[in-house]
Design a binder for this molecule. Structure first.
Ligand code: PTJ
Length: 247
């Protein structure tokens, strides 16, 4: 393991990189995952590596959707598993959501390695290995889901999703909660709730809101989801990035 002093000005960013590298070494994260992380880092740098107010509001709306759901599923890919395995398990526990491994570049080895990694971090049931359901409109491998998981879900959290799948899930009528640092990506653009923030910060933020809203009434939760303005959140994130560090 490498040692990064916490006082380093870019501590979190270096820690994140290290986790992604370790993920590749463990057979969890794909090589493409490294490229995706690099792209994400560039946006995060421009955002000031912090959770902007509208991302916090989005995280709160996402928490309300997860609590209101009949069946919520957290979709986990190779980057999410490497970066926030324990945090995803905590979010699942706080909201009653299921956890499903769902990969862009699906291989049985990586499916197994990620499921095992999540179990090591406390997950009891990990879905995704049965793959007896399909997302309509996608080619074979990328369409695979569990029929009693994402196939059945009314609310899905899809961190770092590729645009095609985000669109196909939205076309199935699912409420999509997307974590993506690029507010212009098709995933963020098609999401019911786009959370423009680093997954490292976003997942614990959603969990904190879910815990705080634990005893909220249905009316109160619906008030939060109804008043969330996705267009305004996307515009604010884009402004923050364009204004970036020039402010
Ligand atoms: O493990 P797999 O096979 O499912 O593959 C996962 C990746 C992420 C490689 C795959 O879905 C992919 O290629 O995604 P894209 O099209 O590169 O999109 C990833 C998006 O996530 C980009 O818009 C990035 O800006 C964003 N992103 C990258 N790292 C982070 C991030 N968003 C939030 N937090 C991050 N740490």
């Amino acid at each position: 393991d490498i040692e990064i002093p916490e006082s380093h000005p870019r501590y979190e960013s270096l820690l994140t990189r290290h986790r992604i590298e370790a993920g590749v070494e463990k057979g969890i994260t794909s090589q493409q995952g490294l490229i995706a992380q690099g792209r994400g880092e560039a946006y995060d740098y421009l955002l000031g590596e912090e959770t902007i107010d509208t991302a916090d509001e989005a995280a709160r709306a996402a928490a309300a959707h997860l609590l209101l759901a009949d069946h919520a599923v957290l979709s986990v890919n190779g980057n999410a598993a490497a970066l926030v395995p324990g945090e995803l398990v905590e979010l699942a526990e706080a909201t009653g959501a299921d956890v499903e491994v769902n990969l862009f570049n699906r291989t049985e080895e990586r499916m197994e390695a990620i499921a095992e990694h999540l179990r090591e971090h406390g997950a009891e049931d990990v879905l995704g290995l049965e793959a007896d359901g399909r997302i309509p409109g996608l080619d074979h491998e990328r369409a695979k889901v569990d029929a009693d998981g994402i196939g059945d879900a009314d609310v899905v959290l899809v961190p770092l999703e590729d645009g095609d799948r985000a669109e196909a899930l939205a076309a199935m009528g699912k409420t999509e909660l997307v974590i993506d640092l690029n507010p212009l990506s098709r995933s963020a653009q098609t999401a019911t709730v786009p959370i423009v923030d680093n997954i490292i910060r976003a997942v614990p933020t959603i969990t904190a809101h879910a815990r705080e809203l634990q005893d909220a009434s249905r009316d109160e939760l619906e008030g939060i989801t109804d008043s969330f303005d996705r267009e305004a959140a996307l515009a604010a994130a884009e402004d923050a990035i364009r204004g970036g560090r020039l402010d």
